[in-house]
Design a protein around this ligand. Structure first.
Ligand code: URP
Ligand code: ZN
Ligand code: ZN
Ligand code: ZN
Length: 467
């Protein structure tokens, strides 16, 4: 692979913004040289990438994706092959996807299924969390072994009774195990038992449209579950990471816990920052495109999310990329919103939407990189290798054009899904050239990567929870 120089750009990391050149040797970053030191002028390389007028940023780290997830009687429409190509186009060079333990299944078996799906398919690097859906003596013991193999985080669902749901006792036991083995417990915090009652009542009353999905999944039921997850984690003495936070009342629970000094963390996703129940209440069956859980909220919730991203009450922005085609998949829920497969596409759009948030004044440039690259890498034990640009780090790097204007659309995106949640939205900023471990996977808006370049990344323990 040899040596590559990325010359002339503004290097932006979570910590710094410096006019600097970057030297890459094989898969790693070898050196950075500030332009005024002129040290980079003596470098030689087989390849020089001109980044004049551009940002040079770490590759994005998306710690919440669901490629090929079987869900709601169908499966997410992006495979590891198509979804990681879309990630690369969007400047994301590492995904952390969720392997699933089926009911009655060993963790090993579930994990091996996900290894087999991803092996040889990925254009960018990948890692796994594990969904625990059958907490038992045996699966708790297995957790320790998975941690040793680099699967260091486990998601538990307080929603979806009969599918992924765990009760409070099971969640507490998993947290106790995590307190011992150092894993990070992630919760999908919604009161699924109460929600199922409200779903049945809504359907019985003929309220079957997509917008009722948002109404029955009340903000208070997200806040209540968030509060309960925090209490359980506190009792267990374990850190906690709450996924896809959407309600301002849930943000308030996280902020309160953090003000008490508890190791409690949270993520939100672009759909909660940019979309609202306005979309979910779209004409006809259009709202089905926006059915996900936690649901989109009324627009008033967005200010609380932006604020929490600035105050560090939320640390990470991931996508929860879980695409289902409007035609043939979302369709399953015509006449019954509870049958609409839950999830939105977005792995390709995250870096750009957050850059737009910089232009809109919600975030600083460095906070953009922190939320999208550095913090997710640190949260899930990848930092050092991923999430920053520094000597010794993997050469996952994006030459980002902060002035390129694009219109997001299903007609031009690379995700394997027949609609865009952001159809017609103009955003400024775009990944021009993308490197993953030193290989150019997108070269000035031409895809040059290949299936199988992406490698499994075993993860260490969260760097947010160490003392
Ligand atoms: O609607 C969503 N978020 N689908 C994916 C599964 C989950 O709960 O994250
Ligand atoms: Zn979830
Ligand atoms: Zn606070
Ligand atoms: Zn998810």
């Amino acid at each position: 692979m040899g040596r590559t120089i990325v010359r002339g750009g503004l290097v932006v990391t979570a910590a710094d913004e410096i006019e600097a050149d970057v030297l890459i040797e094989d898969e790693k970053i070898a050196a950075l040289a500030t332009r005024d030191s002129a040290a980079g002028e003596s470098w030689s390389a087989e390849r020089v990438i001109d980044a004049t007028g551009k940002y040079v940023i770490p590759g994005g780290v998306d710690v919440h994706t669901h490629m090929e997830l079987p869900f709601g009687g169908t499966a997410a429409s992006d495979t590891f092959a198509t979804g990681t190509v879309a990630a690369a186009w969007g400047g994301t060079t590492t995904i952390v996807d969720f392997a699933v333990q089926g009911r009655g299944q060993a963790l090993r078996e579930g994990l091996d299924t996900w290894f087999a799906k991803a092996e040889g398919q990925c254009a960018v690097d990948y890692a796994f969390h594990m969904i625990l859906s059958d907490v038992s003596d045996a699966s708790l013991r297995e957790m320790d072994r998975l941690v040793a193999e680099g699967i260091t985080s486990f998601k538990l669902f307080m929603a979806y009774p009969g599918v992924f749901y765990s009760d409070d006792g099971q969640i507490l036991r998993a947290m106790q195990q995590a307190a011992g083995n150092g894993a990070l417990i992630m919760t999908h915090a919604e009161n699924g038992i109460a929600i199922d009652v409200l779903v049945a009542q809504a359907l019985a009353a003929g309220r079957t449209d997509p917008r009722h999905h948002g109404e029955v999944r009340a903000a208070l039921l997200e806040a209540e579950a968030t509060h309960r997850a925090i209490a359980l984690a506190r009792v267990a003495g374990a850190p906690l990471y709450v996924v896809h936070v959407s309600a301002r009342e849930a943000v308030a629970e996280l902020a309160r816990a953090r003000d008490l000094g508890l190791p409690v963390f949270g993520e939100t996703c672009p759909q909660y920052l940019f979309l609202s129940t306005d979309q979910l209440a779209g004409p006809g069956f259009e709202g089905a495109k926006y059915v996900c859980s936690t649901p989109l909220r009324p627009r008033e919730h967005q200010a609380a999310l932006w604020r929490a991203l600035r105050t560090d009450d939320l640390q990470v922005v991931s996508t929860d990329h879980c695409p289902f085609c409007f035609s043939g998949q979302k369709d399953l829920g015509r006449g019954d919103f509870s049958r609409i497969p839950n999830g939105l596409p977005g792995v390709e759009n995250r870096m750009d939407l957050l850059h737009q948030a910089v232009l809109d004044g919600h975030l600083t440039r460095r906070r953009w990189i922190d939320l999208a690259c550095a913090a997710p890498a640190r949260m899930f034990g990848l930092y050092g290798r991923k999430g920053t640009l520094a000597p010794g780090a993997d050469a996952d790097l994006v030459v980002y054009d902060p002035a390129a204007v694009q219109t997001l659309s299903a007609a031009t995106h690379h995700m394997n899904v027949d609609y865009s949640a952001y159809e017609g939205r103009r955003v400024t900023g775009r990944a021009e050239t993308v490197l993953c471990r030193g290989s150019v996977v997108v070269d000035q808006r031409r895809f040059t990567g290949r299936a199988g370049h992406g490698r499994f990344q075993p993860r260490g323990l969260s760097q947010y929870t160490e003392h």
